[in-house]
Design a protein around this ligand. Structure first.
Ligand SMILES: [Ca+2]
Ligand SMILES: [Ca+2]
Ligand SMILES: [Ca+2]
Length: 284
């Protein structure tokens, strides 16, 4: 082998090593993406929530473990020195986030005119709104969930409830939802999130709640003060902000609990949700 042949041989050898390295990196990235989009079909039904922030964290972590979300570590803005504020007034909430751009998932793009509760995919609103919505086992929209006096949508015609549907004699059905965020096809972060709880009128049976988590799955704040009249529509939102009151995109995940059963079951506390409102998700 002459000098040129030896040089060519070394070049080919290093090219092969680089090809191997790139291939393994692609495999790792693919595995991460698959895990991120893990289907929640095998999730256990969420436990009824007794209302404390601690139980919300426990409840949500058990939900995220089964959905695979907990394995996500999202590089959101640091949550140190951030204060979370509750908003019961939707207009004030939207005004506080207006500069960042407001997104609303109202669920009204789905045709429910000819079917009972209609399922939708977790990533239905990923491209359009930057939100991935994962119910305990499935996501559903309907006009009234069988009880038009109790469950009136905030925006017509549809409202939302997580699956699974109640199976008679077997379980209560779904009442837990995780929302994560996307921006530019990658995990994203928001500063605030709010939603309307519909017919949260038996909080003595089961409290509904909203909880925000940072990119390390640390609980940033939670609110279970959600208790209204029959057919009530209560907005509950939370915004993470710095000491100057500026919203900080440090929220990687939101966990929602709506009552303690599939709303059509009507033996416990049935609650539906509508109009998820949040600021435009951003990458770190
Ligand atoms: Ca709606
Ligand atoms: Ca009611
Ligand atoms: Ca109710």
């Amino acid at each position: 082998m002459n000098t040129v042949e030896r040089a060519m041989g070394r070049l080919w050898g290093s090219f092969t090593i680089w090809r191997f390295f790139l291939a393994t990196q692609l495999l790792v990235i693919s595995a991460c993406l698959i895990e991120e989009r893990d289907d929640p079909d095998t999730a256990d039904p969420a436990e009824p929530n007794n209302g404390s922030a601690e139980s919300m964290a426990t409840n949500s972590s058990s939900t995220t473990r089964t959905t695979g979300i907990q394995s996500l570590s999202v590089d959101c803005a640091p949550s140190t020195n951030v204060t979370v504020t509750n908003y019961d007034d939707r207009a004030a909430f939207e005004a506080a986030l207006a500069d960042r751009g407001i997104r609303v998932v109202d669920f009204d793009d789905i045709d429910t005119s000819t079917a009972d509760p209609v399922p939708f995919a977790t990533d239905r609103y990923a491209d359009s709104h930057g939100a991935v919505i994962v119910g305990t086992d499935g996501q559903y929209v309907d006009e009234q969930f069988s009880y038009p006096e109790d469950f009136r949508p905030v925006s017509a015609p549809n409202q939302y409830a997580p699956g699974p549907k109640h199976v008679r004699g077997k379980d209560a059905g779904g009442h837990g939802t995780d929302v994560t965020f996307r921006a530019s096809d990658r995990a994203g972060c928001v500063a605030g999130f709010g939603v309307v709880f519909i017919d949260a009128d038996f909080s003595g049976i089961a409290r509904s709640s909203i909880a925000l988590f940072d990119g390390n799955n640390k609980l940033l704040g939670a609110n279970d003060d959600i208790d209204g009249d029959d057919g009530s529509q209560l907005f509950r939102g939370m915004i993470a902000a710095d000491k100057d009151g500026q919203p900080v995109p440090t929220v990687a995940r939101v966990h929602l609990v709506n009552g303690n059963e599939w709303p059509e079951r009507a033996t416990g506390e049935g609650v539906t949700l509508d109009d998820m409102v949040f600021d435009r998700p951003v990458n770190p």
